[in-house]
Design a protein around this ligand. Sequence first.
Ligand code: UDX
Length: 440
Amino acid sequence: MRCTVFGTGYLGATHAACMAELGHEVLGVDIDPGKVAKLSGGEVPFYEPGLADVLRRNIDAGRLQFTTSYVDAAAFADLHFLGVGTPQKKGEYAADLRHVYSVIDTLAPLLDRPAVIVGKSTVPVGTAAELGSRARELAPAADEVEVAWNPEFLREGFAVEDTLRPDRLVLGVDRARSGRAEVLVRELYADLIADEVPFLLTDLPTAELVKVSANAFLATKISFINAISEVCEATGADVTALADALGYDARIGRRFLNAGLGFGGGCLPKDIRAFMARAGELGANQALTFLREVDSINMRRRTKMVELGTRAVGGSLLGANIAVLGAAFKPESDDVRDSPALNVAGMMQLHGAVVSVYDPKALDNSRRLFPTLNYATSVAEACAGADAVLLATEWDEFRSLRPADLEGHVRARAIVDGRNCLDADEWTAAGWSYRGLGRG
Ligand code: UDX
């Protein structure tokens, strides 16, 4: 089959490469000529394990190309995916939909034969129906243009795996239309469906809501355990042992129950905020007020980490040397959007600390976003002369650190484990003062 994918960020580039991997002919479209040139040359403009191999293999096989031309894209296929970003609006909770509308406004006037546009971006409920009407108004093919929604659940760091082996496929369709969207999308995903990936057909608002509800649930699960970790701190209990014990109950499950610095990134924080904003517009704001609490519990973990860091250096950050290990919002990613690690590093600097940040993959992005922090190119360099070490992102390189690795570099043996991923006993036995979030 042939399809196009509009937007070549994490979502679009992965979807384009993976659809080609399934044997389809794919054209990725982006307004940024720099991104198109990089991707066409087989280079992924961000860090995503395994994606470069899939990209190159399919470019070489002639199944995958990239362009900036909407005219070429409209001519190339009758199935178009929408994978552009929907970031948080500046100074507001709502999602900024300008990229989604801009694709529709540019593409639709070029659609002169029946076409299906399938949205993958996370959007406020009701957007798909509105985009459908707008596309039909603008397109010469008018009523022959159908908009469907196929939300994407991929995690950064596992994007290829999540796209080629998803837990489920959800497709929301406009039941008043021809049914062509379902036929084309089922055909595109035929190999996955044959592999017994569940395929759920819904109406448009349900499909849009599945995505934000999933993210709201995951955020709530993390904030739940982080709220419990605040109680653990007040009582001397250990949240990691508690989470293990809870997790054995199959109804609860151990995944997404890791207490620590909380969630960040380009999805969970902005999605729960946009969800609250949309519920408010729909007159259902009371239903989601708990998400405000989920958000504040999450942000409180960051101030708690600063507090533990301050205590570790004797009560004042002024002039203290702080090593922050990790800048990405999570391991296996170079994404620093709403990164708890950088947020903590920034707060410590504001309180007068000299902060040195090291991350295996996210230094370039960090420098762009937080140019005033100091960046080191290794753990040893970040820890040189440190009065306290803060572990903020649980990269394997940091998880496997032994106390001896930092001896001779740090000035004082104090470590704050923001991801509860070190062996507290081992560090304490080696003469370190160890502090974890929610660990007594
Ligand atoms: C998330 C959803 O998982 C994915 O389905 C959706 O499509 C996009 O948003 P992602 O943002 O890539 O994916 O990261 P995820 O692995 O979900 O982690 C989100 C954040 O939660 C990270 O900052 C992570 O460190 C944090 N987290 C996760 C915890 O603090 N504790 C946990 O137990 C799990």
